[in-house]
Design a protein around this ligand. Structure first.
Ligand code: ZN
Length: 211
């Protein structure tokens, strides 16, 4: 089933590794096709992963196709798809600077002009929950709200978008912005964008939903 979509997901996973968003078999990614979710398997290295390894689930998490275990973070992916009709793809990254902010439970404020129009606003941090739990899924959906990115406390981040490529682009933007923000924090207190600019950019996000 969905061979072309599986290959597309696999290709993006390989690019996640190239962009240092994940290493080994960590992190995970998925996309929605109709009532089905294509998701990466658990504990398979991206370097050896094939399109046949990609699992097909229904929205309740039942395996529709595939011989492996679906990603341990399937509950989070599924909860996003159930709660966000606009979400077509989800990327869960463990990228370094993003995760550093997540360890500090420090949200990423709108310090660069791309943050609000591309990520939907300040990137909030979830309450802590153990990996793979329904509680983590609930916390992610709650903290992300209608935005497209969230930091997972002491863990990493989740980005969602209409397509898997856009979700990965958002994860790359998030990592780059967290890096710049943390670097600026080493030297002084980064100045946030003026409030009226953030308001205008929020309107832009609402209208364009560049998602
Ligand atoms: Zn993780």
């Amino acid at each position: 089933m969905y061979d072309k979509k599986k290959k597309e997901l696999l290709q993006v996973c390989k690019e996640m590794v190239e962009n240092d968003l994940v290493v080994g078999s960590s992190g995970n990614a998925s996309l929605r096709v109709g009532d089905h979710i294509l998701i990466t398997p658990s504990s398979v290295q991206y370097s050896t992963m094939t399109a046949e390894n990609i699992m097909v689930l229904d929205l309740e998490g039942n395996v529709v196709e595939g011989d492996l275990n679906p990603s341990v973070e399937s509950p989070t992916h599924l909860e996003i798809y159930r709660q966000r009709e606009d979400a077509g793809a989800v990327v869960h990254s463990h990228s370094i600077y993003t995760t550093a902010l997540a360890l500090l439970h420090m949200p990423l404020p709108p310090v660069l002009d791309e943050v609000v129009p591309k990520l939907g606003g300040e990137v909030r941090v979830t309450s802590y929950a153990m990996p793979g739990t329904k509680e983590l899924a609930k916390n992610v959906v709650e903290a992300m709200d209608m935005r497209s990115a969230v930091l997972i406390a002491n863990h990493g981040a989740v980005c969602c978008a209409k397509t898997i490529r856009k979700a990965m682009e958002k994860a790359i933007l998030l990592e780059r912005t967290c890096k710049i923000y943390l670097l600026a924090n080493q030297i002084g207190d980064p100045i946030h964008l003026p409030e009226d600019v953030v308001e205008d950019e929020s309107d832009l996000w609402e209208i364009m939903r560049d998602f």
